[in-house]
Design a protein around this ligand. Structure first.
Ligand SMILES: [Mg+2]
Length: 349
């Protein structure tokens, strides 16, 4: 429904591979001081001197991770970059470069790749990272997009999933659940559109949720926010698969337990009202919905005063001894074991 039906179509086969790469990457300039050589040779050359280099890669497959029926190509390009940068941020590092690899079938014209690349380049500009390489090739069916993100950090700043202590506090940035509900709204509109293509959806009441789904942001700012508060997180992860699954990752890798408080989980008011409309429990959505790309981390109890009134962060629980297990403390003070439930489990709630 969001695709432009009047766009021009230039067949990819009219350009060779090198011409295509040249066309998509012309005038890309490297701005990061750590980039010695970007695009234009057999390999990029980076120099991080005495800093640590953090690398993360992610692959997105059409029909598995995205649906072009409601994901405009420009947004897809932007999101593909952001989800990778989020992993760099989750190491408490600063993203600096990306490489971009794309495989497409011949159903995509050149204009579609230009659109995709405009989103990738926009994200690179917003997040101040250099595009230093990549590849384009053909696929038998659909689109596959793989991005590798590179970042830098002082050795002491790097934060792993291992490192949470049984007395630490559990903290997160932003709010959770909105991206999942944005997807529910878009899926519903897609079904309406399939029945009646002339229907013009009015999505204003869902703007925040849809934006969280189609144009998520990586929390590149958190590293600096914590530094300004003089807080060094003890463990950190980004919330890509849902809050409960990320909490379980930290607990398992740090050998600790956790009490998460239902009434402390930050929810946007729009999420709460749309959950009511869809007859879904907002806590279940917050725990199991994914793709929020907020950061979840633990801090020592001594840092409580520094963070407690900060509007960027919510203290949502505390860690415990591993033997105590991982629990959700509900609003009526019931203690229930936290499970990493799948994406589909939300619908059964
Ligand atoms: Mg991650």
């Amino acid at each position: 429904m969001l695709e432009d039906k009047n766009q021009e179509r230039t067949s990819l086969s009219s350009l060779g591979e090198f011409q295509l790469i040249e066309h998509l990457t012309k005038d890309i300039e490297a701005k990061q001081p750590t980039t010695l050589k970007g695009i234009g040779d057999d390999g990029a050359v980076l120099n991080f001197k005495d800093k640590r280099t953090v690398v993360s890669t992610d692959m997105l497959v059409e029909g598995v991770h995205f649906d072009l029926a409601y994901m405009p190509l420009k947004h897809l390009g932007y999101k593909a970059v952001v989800v990778n940068l989020s992993d760099i941020c989750a190491m408490n590092a600063k993203p600096t470069q990306i490489t971009v690899s794309i495989a497409v079938s011949n159903r995509f014209p050149l204009e579609a790749l230009e659109e995709l690349y405009s989103g990738i380049r926009y994200a690179a500009r917003i997040y101040d990272v250099d595009i230093v390489g990549g590849d384009t090739t053909s696929s038998q069916k659909g689109m596959i997009l793989s991005i590798t993100a590179i970042g830098e950090s002082e050795e002491d700043d790097i934060t792993y999933r291992v490192g949470a202590n049984p007395t630490d506090l559990l903290v997160m940035s932003g709010d959770v659940g909105a991206a999942y509900m944005g997807l529910q709204v878009l899926e519903r509109e897609k079904q309406v559109f399939e029945v009646n293509p002339n229907n013009q959806p009015d999505l204003e009441a869902y703007d925040y949720l849809i934006e969280r789904q189609l144009k998520p942001e990586a929390r590149k700012d958190v590293k600096d926010l914590l530094k300004a508060l003089e807080i060094k997180p003890t463990a950190m992860i980004d919330i890509s698969d849902g809050l409960s699954s990320e909490i379980l990752h930290i607990c398992k890798q740090s050998n600790v337990g956790c009490n998460l408080y239902e009434n402390k989980i930050p929810l946007d008011p729009q999420l709460i009202s749309v959950c009511e409309e869809f007859n879904l429990d907002s806590t279940t959505v917050a725990l199991n919905g994914g793709e929020d790309y907020e950061l979840l981390f633990t801090i020592t109890m001594e840092d409580f005063e520094k963070i407690k009134a900060n509007p960027n962060f919510s203290i949502i629980g505390h860690m415990t001894q591993e033997s105590e297990g991982v629990h959700l403390i509900t609003r009526d003070d019931t203690k229930i074991p936290l499970k990493a439930r799948g994406w589909d489990a939300v619908d059964e709630a």
